[in-house]
Design a protein around this ligand. Structure first.
Ligand code: C2E
Ligand code: MG
Ligand code: MG
Ligand code: MG
Length: 285
């Protein structure tokens, strides 16, 4: 009987697992060609200064325009890229694209413009002199380190190897800023935040979502902001979707907001047009 039940379970579960595994394998295979076939797109989402309403920064967010499946989001393919090692070439492409665009925006529109790129722990933990290579590339473009923000997650700091620490220091010494992404969802303690000289905390959207007058998350956001400012760290709220959320955050002293209220992630050309409009509006006033 037990054997029969086992067999039943076997025949019940295996096809579903197989279908999922085969789908992942197919997508990973397609991803191998995505760079060469120019199917990757780097989108940009404005980071808005809550006091002035102006955009001086953007976060670069990767998209994959799959030939038959349409736009695939990073939550779906970054894990596959990490597992297959493709993340290193993809991350390099993201950096090169981001650097090219921030060069244009600094030269043409705003000398202090910054672009933030996301770095998964897998990318960051790679051996080698990647930070040095990136800094050298910025230099060849005539850009200072301050043009770049690197977004890392709390998990990276928890078991930071000497190589990770060294790269973070090298970035810091060159003026590259570091943002701690999805803050509040991990386990990092205040001592980590100080030890690694973080420049920005990004309050995770799960806290911003529930911001209503009197809600517990208002107290939580306020506490994060006060603490960060005491440590000399600026705060960016993620996932700002309503004016009420923006107003509560601004009243709490939050420095920057990012979210659909301001703009969704935009194709580079559309983001460029948005910055040009902002510049022209400023000139007209
Ligand atoms: P993240 O870095 O926390 O990025 C913020 C995510 O929130 C983005 O999802 C963005 O589109 C979304 N978002 C922005 N505003 C709102 C809003 O108002 N409401 C809601 N509900 N969502 C909002 P996306 O683009 O799907 O990216 C997901 C994650 O994938 C990113 O989370 C980041 O961890 C990762 N990722 C994206 N691009 C890259 C990349 O180039 N390299 C690496 N390693 N990871 C990346
Ligand atoms: Mg991010
Ligand atoms: Mg985030
Ligand atoms: Mg710093």
């Amino acid at each position: 009987v037990a054997k029969d039940a086992g067999r039943n379970c076997f025949s019940f579960f295996t096809p579903a697992l197989q279908v999922a595994a085969v789908a992942r394998m197919r997508l990973t295979n397609d991803l191998r060609g995505a760079l060469a076939n120019e199917e990757l797109r780097l989108y940009f989402q404005p980071v808005v200064d809550l006091a002035s309403g102006r955009i001086h920064k953007a976060e670069a967010l990767l998209r994959w325009e799959h030939p038959t499946r349409g736009m695939v989001g990073p939550a779906e393919f970054i894990p596959l890229a990490e597992a297959s090692g493709l993340i290193h070439d993809i991350g390099e492409w993201v950096f090169q694209q981001a650097a090219q665009w921030v060069k244009r925006w600094r030269q043409e529109l705003d000398p202090y413009f910054q672009v933030a790129v996301n770095q998964s722990p897998v990318e960051f933990q790679r051996q080698g002199r990647r930070s040095a290579q990136w800094l050298a590339h910025l230099k060849t473009l005539g850009l200072s380190g301050g043009a770049l923000v690197v977004e890392i997650t709390e998990g990276l700091l928890l078991d930071a190897s000497p190589g990770v620490t060294e790269q973070l220091l090298e970035f810091r010494d060159a003026g590259v800023e570091v943002a701690l992404d999805d803050f509040g969802t991990g386990y990092s303690s205040l001592s980590y935040i100080q030890k690694f000289d973080i420049d920005y905390l990004k309050i995770d959207q799960s806290f911003v979502r529930n911001l209503k007058p009197g809600a517990r998350d208002v107290a939580l956001c306020k506490a994060i902001i006060v603490m960060a400012h005491e440590l000399g760290i600026k705060v960016i709220a993620e996932g700002v979707e309503t004016e009420a959320q923006r107003d509560l955050l601004a009243a709490a002293g939050c420095d920057y907001g990012q979210g659909y209220l301001f703009a969704k992630p935009l194709a580079a050309e559309a983001f460029d047009a948005l910055l040009v409009r902002q510049r022209d509006d400023a000139l007209a006033n």
